[in-house]
Design a protein around this ligand. Structure first.
Ligand code: HEM
Length: 243
């Protein structure tokens, strides 16, 4: 619970009666927003990675999968509606995740108005220290990625009916810099996921030393599996395994 001083509130001696902020705006509430939206985004990442791996089952199966995604939920929903619902949920989750992170970071800074002249020792893991810039790289990557493989604007083929051809054209050996950029983004995502998963598990109760160790190991394995699961596709195209 976060308490704020209320100058208009009646006071007795030096004791000021305070009123509460809404739970969602308290720091604990904001951390819950970060965890819940983070879990939604992770669920999407797992599903998207599994979908991408279908590329190893051949062009026809991969294209069929992409078309099936558009028909998901029919006849209850009109074709394409499921995707738009998913896009709306993901957009709201990303905005809430970034909004909560920004407010928490500003509060942490306000709680220490005088900046340290120099840091004695760098605190926390590499992943923990790169959350902010990692988040910015991932955001820029997602914008590029949507223009590349969803709208096709930046893709050499850019045909929405042939996602397999779009992916193969994207990571062709002569476009090695695209694979390099994807690699940087996915590795940043891996670090972000490792720290995010660890923090979420700790918030969910893994607070004893043994629990923290378990959370740390799980977060590392999970981040490595997701990073590898994503990177295997561009590298399979780059090396000619998928063509
Ligand atoms: C590195 C390997 C990746 C490959 C090969 C890949 C492939 C694709 C393809 C083919 C599409 C278009 C799907 C379609 O329109 O049928 C797509 C869409 C998308 N991808 Fe990826 N992706 C990768 C990584 C990622 C990562 C790391 C993220 C998130 C951080 C991501 C987020 C998205 C989003 C948000 C969409 C748009 C979905 C929509 O149309 O609503 N992708 N991806």
């Amino acid at each position: 619970m976060h308490w704020t001083p209320d100058r208009t509130a009646p006071s007795v001696g030096r004791v000021v009666i305070t009123k509460t902020r809404s739970p969602i705006r308290s720091s604990v509430g904001l951390k819950v927003v970060m965890a819940v939206t983070g879990i939604l985004l992770v669920l999407f990442l797992i599903a998207h990675m599994l979908g991408n791996l279908k590329i190893f089952t051949g062009a026809e199966a991969f294209n069929h999968y992409a078309h099936w995604l558009r028909d998901l939920g029919t006849p209850l929903l009109a074709p394409g509606w499921y995707l738009w619902i998913q896009r709306t949920v993901l957009l709201v989750a990303v905005l809430a995740h970034i909004g909560a992170a920004t407010v928490l970071a500003l509060r942490a800074r306000a709680a220490r108005p005088v900046r340290y002249a120099h840091r004695k020792k760098v605190q926390g893991s590499y992943a923990a220290r790169t959350m902010r810039w990692g988040g910015v790289i991932i955001l820029l990557f997602v914008i590029y990625h949507i223009l590349d493989l969803t709208t096709g604007t930046l893709n050499p083929v850019g045909d929405a009916t042939r996602p397999h051809s779009n992916v193969v054209a994207d990571f062709a050996p002569e476009r090695w810099y695209v694979t390099l950029f994807y690699t940087l983004a996915v590795v940043s995502l891996g670090f972000h996921l490792r720290h995010g998963t660890f923090s979420a598990l700790r918030s969910l109760g893994q607070q004893t030393p043994a629990g923290e160790r378990r959370a740390r190991t799980f977060a590392l394995v999970f981040a490595v599996v997701l990073t590898a699961g994503y990177l295997v596709v561009p590298f399979a195209v780059l090396t000619g395994l998928v063509r």
